[in-house]
Design a protein around this ligand. Structure first.
Ligand code: KG4
Ligand code: ZN
Length: 344
């Protein structure tokens, strides 16, 4: 069946058409209108601007996604839309647009959870992947481990108690002068530095818990940067070789501390659940150091690691469509009473 999917939870508007069936998970189109350039001026996402930009983009993007897929609304069997979690104003744009489209054209409407959609990106990349598996979602708002029992049954095992890994990357990236969002640039910078140069506290909470706390690590890195500035040796990711070298050392140490913590808790989750398949998903799943760390863990433990390609790690509607299909099969439907929710 053909599924039209819409995503507007943060700073990307996206529309996609998927062809989903037993044994078939195909992306017919997946268009993304990124607002990054707009928000970069402010160093982060401005919710009101995000909502307005979604409104401006969503109609033409949907038209283009249908055209690229070679179909019309008459061919669409269900409309999937991200309804939670995310920025409430941003979510409401996609939800209201999808509700109108579904109602006017008598197409079933399927609300989708954004986190599950990130995990579903791995289903598109790995056609034979099926639950049960362990899922690790690392994004701008989440660092969470789930036992995924069926396509629609998610059990929360652990996660961050404060900031998410993506947010932690972005914050330090911003302070050393990288453009928003700093995550991808931190990834590149970290490859040039010494991961043992700066000692930082681990975000993995002690003991058998699968929880994290990134706020202490973030504060430690910011204190380190402030201390260096006060000593008259400020660190910035500038083209100046000396300063850039020290920024790279900090990026490498910071990244290594985050990756080690995530690998440690994922290893523990694999032990606790006995799962033999691990899915890595979310925007930070694009991080080369995290991918390498989890690849090594998978090889060591004999666990299959499934990761979406970089093109499906960030927010996109194809992943929403993939999850919408399985929610549809599970009988999930919404009507015009559907509301968006900022929380999980
Ligand atoms: O999943 P996503 O697109 O949006 C949310 O649902 O939050 O994740 C965005 C986050 C941002 O914090 C961005 O800096 C981070 O993913 N990110 C990365 C990389 N690429 C994107 N973080 C580290 N390394 C990367 N290569
Ligand atoms: Zn996301």
């Amino acid at each position: 069946m053909l599924i039209l999917a819409l995503e507007s939870s943060c700073d990307e508007t996206s529309a996609a058409v998927l062809d989903m069936d037993t044994g078939r998970r195909a992306i017919r189109s997946n268009l993304v209108a990124s607002q990054i350039a707009v928000h970069r001026l402010y160093g982060g996402v401005v919710p009101e601007i995000a909502s307005r930009a979604h409104i401006e983009a969503i109609t033409s993007l949907t038209r283009d996604a249908l055209a690229e897929a070679g179909c019309t609304l008459f061919d669409i069997g269900a409309i999937g839309v991200t309804a939670s979690p995310g920025l409430i104003g941003a979510l409401l744009v996609g939800v209201n647009f999808a509700k109108s489209l579904a109602y006017a054209n008598r197409i079933p409407l399927v609300p989708v959870n954004h986190i599950r959609a990130h995990v579903a990106a791995a289903l598109l990349a790995h056609p034979d992947l099926e639950p049960p598996f362990l899922a690790l979602v690392v994004s701008g708002g989440h660092t969470t481990l789930y036992a995924v029992d069926t396509y629609t049954d998610y059990r929360l095992l652990g996660g961050t108690r404060d900031d998410a890994a993506g947010e932690a990357f972005d914050k330090v990236g911003r302070v050393i002068g990288l453009p928003y969002p700093g995550g991808a640039a931190m990834d590149k910078l970290a490859a040039l530095g010494d991961p043992t140069a700066v000692k930082l506290p681990s975000p993995a909470l002690p003991g058998d818990t699968l929880d994290f706390s990134f706020s202490g690590l973030k504060t430690a890195a910011l204190n380190y940067l402030n201390g260096e500035a006060q000593r008259g040796t400020p660190i910035a990711a500038s083209p100046d070789a000396l300063t850039a070298g020290r920024a790279a050392d900090l990026a490498a140490s910071y990244t290594d501390t985050i990756v080690r913590a995530i690998v440690k808790k994922t290893d523990l989750a694999l032990k606790q659940t006995g799962r033999k398949t691990l899915v890595l998903a979310g925007g930070v799943a694009a991080n080369s150091h995290l991918r390498a760390g989890l690849t090594a863990l998978g090889a060591k433990r004999g666990v299959r690691l499934c990761m979406p390609p970089l093109s499906l790690c960030g927010d996109n509607a194809a992943m929403v469509g993939a999850q919408a299909y399985y929610e549809f099969l599970a009988g999930v439907r919404a009507d015009t009473a559907l509301n968006a929710s900022a929380c999980d």
